[in-house]
Design a protein around this ligand. Structure first.
Ligand SMILES: O=C(O)CCC(=O)C(=O)O
Ligand SMILES: [Fe+2]
Length: 329
């Protein structure tokens, strides 16, 4: 259940368009400067980490999948992959009702709302597992940050597309733009996540938007280190983040991978551009015993489209939020 969006501060810019610095060092999987940046800000961008040819091939398959599985609304034409003029405000046939039981309980296999399409059920395709969570270049970064003992990846959350919208020409005011943000934290189990750009993401084109440093505040608003376990202070902490921290909209190129701490406050970015924002989301966690699916349903934490599950035993939040992390080669 997503918390309602906190009130926004009219004095603050809706978000800052941010081109993350390249702090990499030749020959090192993750440099000391990158580790420091991650610890301080809660995220790290590894630029063009993925192979462009593999990405282009994947995006072609993703388009084909979307067009095959997601029928357009009656009387409308579907978007055409190589014709950007057809990408604006596509409309889709109504979703089936969300299932109340079974393997897809709680979320449609393909979810759409407004300009957003979430292709969850494609998330376990082998070519996407190879492209991101099982990609040695990605896994190497995760191992340096989180540790070597990682849960084997069996799925990603899938592909999250944000389509351009008719009339969104960049001329809206800050208030409209601010209202377009939906700052929140994710649930179930949160250690380290990745957002991968499958195509270039120019300014104000839906770039993943993060509240730098919010991982430290939100970590302390939970009872447990990784499992969803909000304290009574959770809502106040979220409001404080939104009131005090200027969010960063991450612009980037196809193949950029944003690694982000699981307690970060984040949002889909403002989109007044004319391209589709194509991203893949993936989750990483230590390889530890987890609760079974029935327990997840009982706790209201059943999210079949996420790879990571609630730890059977999780540590209470203590002084050192990096206990259990490796943060080094
Ligand atoms: O698509 C995005 O940029 C963010 C999506 C997100 O935060 C979520 O689905 O929890
Ligand atoms: Fe989220």
């Amino acid at each position: 259940m997503a918390p309602e969006p906190p009130p926004s501060d009219p004095q603050k810019r809706p978000s800052v368009v941010f081109d993350a610095p390249d702090l990499s060092v030749d020959g090192e999987h993750v440099s000391d400067a990158e580790i420091r940046f991650f610890v301080d800000n809660g995220f790290l961008v590894k630029k063009r980490l993925l192979d462009p040819d593999a990405l282009a091939a994947a995006l072609e398959r993703i388009w084909a999948y979307l067009l095959e599985e997601l029928p357009p609304a009656e009387g409308t034409a579907p978007p055409v992959p190589d014709d950007p003029t057809t990408w604006i405000s596509p409309r889709w046939a109504p979703m089936p009702a969300v299932r109340k039981s079974g393997p897809y309980q709680g979320r449609q296999r393909i979810f759409h709302s407004g300009r957003t399409v979430k292709l969850h059920d494609i998330g376990d395709a082998d070519y996407l597992l190879d492209l991101v969570p099982n990609n040695p270049r990605v896994r190497q970064v995760v191992r340096v940050l989180l540790g070597d003992d990682l849960k084997p990846s069996t799925r990603t959350r899938g592909i999250y597309a944000v389509f351009p919208q008719a009339g969104a020409d960049g001329s809206c005011g800050d208030d409209d733009l601010r209202r377009a943000l939906g700052p929140h934290t994710d649930q179930v189990c949160q250690q380290l996540n990745a957002c991968v750009y499958l195509d270039d993401v120019p300014p104000r084109n839906g770039g993943f938007t993060l509240y730098p440093g919010s991982h430290r505040i939100m970590f302390r608003a939970h009872r447990l280190e990784s499992n969803w376990s909000p304290l009574a202070s959770f809502r106040t902490a979220l409001h404080r983040v939104v009131a005090e921290i200027e969010p960063c909209e991450l612009v980037g190129a196809a193949g950029d991978v944003i690694f982000w701490h699981g307690r970060m406050v984040h949002s889909t970015g403002i989109h007044v551009g004319n391209r589709v924002r194509w991203a893949l989301f993936a989750d990483f966690a230590h390889d530890r015993a987890t609760l079974d699916l029935r327990e997840h349903k009982r706790l209201g934490q059943f999210e079949w489209f996420k790879d990571v599950k609630l730890f059977a035993e999780d540590l209470p939040v203590g002084d050192d939020m990096w206990r259990g992390w490796k943060l080094g080669a």
